[in-house]
Write a protein that binds this ligand. Structure first.
Ligand SMILES: [Zn+2]
Length: 74
């Protein structure tokens, strides 16, 4: 897990690690990603996602799932 002590966008020291269910949309389709851990900055609203969080979000994305299915070997 990536550790951030300051916000990469505004330099705020109030950035903190949170765990939330994200609601995202992809090509007009809304989907939810439960229990995503990321750093949130209360000052500028920046969200910083670790590679693990990004892959979890992608795994829940309908667009990503579609690509994965079509990429399966025959
Ligand atoms: Zn910030």
């Amino acid at each position: 897990m990536l550790k951030h002590k300051t916000c990469p966008t505004c330099g705020s020291k109030r950035i903190k690690l949170v765990r939330r269910t994200l609601t995202r949309s992809s090509h007009g389709q809304i989907y939810k990603v439960p229990n995503v851990q990321f750093h949130a900055c209360p000052d500028c609203g920046e969200h910083v996602y670790s590679p693990e969080a990004v892959s979890k979000i992608q795994a829940h994305s309908p667009a990503f799932a579609k690509r994965r299915r079509s990429a399966l070997p025959a």
